[in-house]
Design a protein around this ligand. Structure first.
Ligand SMILES: Cc1ncc(COP(=O)(O)O)c(C=O)c1O
Length: 345
């Protein structure tokens, strides 16, 4: 596996730390549910991809190193992308455009239906504005791929050269960033003498999960990966991740190394829908913050932690060393202030 062949540009703060979560580990093994089973739970570690740099960090930084490499190789003048109003992907894409002196046009879908001022004006969208993005807003349910094509055509009609980045930066080029993360994580674990039994990550537009699966498979590292879904049902999520993982491994020349059983998503923790916060998500945000001072986000990592906590209490990870991939997004907390208000006592 020779990732330099794909010409990434370098701006991420790497390697991100791989650290233990001693107090969260203790809290889970000491929970009433665990004690009823006679104790036990996972030994939790965290891979700090919330610390990748680029306007607050998060998983998109790694994807954008490869996507920007491709955009610059194609002489792009303007990045065009889309996401929900509080999209972390959009915020980081705008940041990458700034870093390389490119224009950035973004389309924000009012996907959650929230009209709260913090949701519509603060958090990520405030930062998009601060960094000078050209912002368009469209109603929930709009065909976002069609919107991307329309905006790209407008840019081209003005004489610009658009580079379209799909939602979440999730295509084979973006997924290479998470192939690289898999490589980095296994190297760190080897150096530390840490045996990893499982990796747990939020899984949404699929690029992070697919890149990890492809990386672990091509390396032959044999570490199971559990994606905790934030939007789609299990069958659709696993199909998306598998397709992209195979395509990514194919780009690396090892398509056959990814098998269907390597892709596992648990989508039982989505709750009422994408970007809708429930009591268990708030409990997960609080527990991570109040044990090991980890700041999660309400849409992705908070939901993944909700799943990890519930599964730990059921005994799913007893005796395992589990690495939670922190994919960032804490900037989105400020977009959810009114949702969190009154729950943080
Ligand atoms: C903070 C955060 N975590 C996880 C994800 C999910 O990653 P992916 O879209 O690659 O599945 C996202 C996607 O936007 C995100 O912003």
């Amino acid at each position: 596996m020779h990732l330099a062949r794909y010409n990434p540009v370098r701006f991420a703060h790497l390697p991100t730390p791989l650290e233990p979560l001693p107090r969260l580990t203790e809290a889970l093994s000491g929970s009433p549910e665990s004690l009823k089973r006679g104790g036990g739970g996972p030994n939790l570690w965290i891979k700090r991809d919330d610390c990748t740099g680029l306007a607050g960090g998060g998983n998109k930084t790694r994807k954008l190193e490869y996507l920007l490499g491709d955009a610059l190789a194609n002489d792009a003048t303007t990045l065009v992308t889309q996401g929900a109003v509080q999209s972390n992907h959009v915020r980081q894409t705008v940041a990458a455009a700034c870093r390389f002196g490119l224009d950035c046009e973004i389309i924000l879908e009012e996907r959650t239906g929230s009209n709260a001022v913090d949701y519509t004006q603060s958090g990520n969208v405030l930062l998009d504005d601060l960094m000078g993005a050209k912002i368009r807003r469209v109603p929930g349910g709009t065909d976002m791929n069609e919107q991307l094509a329309l905006v790209a055509a407008e840019v081209a009609a003005r004489g610009g050269r658009p580079y379209v980045i799909p939602g979440g930066g999730s295509n084979v080029i973006g997924a290479l960033g998470y192939v690289e993360c898999a490589l980095e994580l296994v190297n760190q674990a080897n150096e530390m003498g840490l045996e990893i039994d499982r990796i747990v990550t939020a899984t949404g537009s699929a690029g992070t999960h697919a890149g990890l699966v492809a990386g672990i498979a091509v390396m032959g590292a044999d570490i199971p990966i559990l994606g905790i879904g934030v939007r789609a049902p299990k069958a659709a999520q696993e199909a998306n991740v598998f397709k992209l993982a195979v395509e990514t491994a194919d780009l690396l020349g090892h398509k056959d190394r990814v098998t269907r059983d390597m892709v596992v998503a648990d989508c039982d923790y989505v709750g009422a829908g994408y970007g809708i916060v429930d009591e268990e998500v708030i409990e997960a945000l609080k527990l991570a913050a109040r044990t090991d001072a980890i700041l999660l986000d309400p849409v992705y990592t908070g939901k993944a932690m909700k799943g990890l906590i519930a599964l730990s209490k059921q005994g799913a990870f007893d005796g395992e060393t589990v690495v939670f991939l922190h994919t960032g997004g804490a900037q989105g907390l400020f977009g959810y202030q009114s949702v969190l208000d009154g729950h943080l006592g």
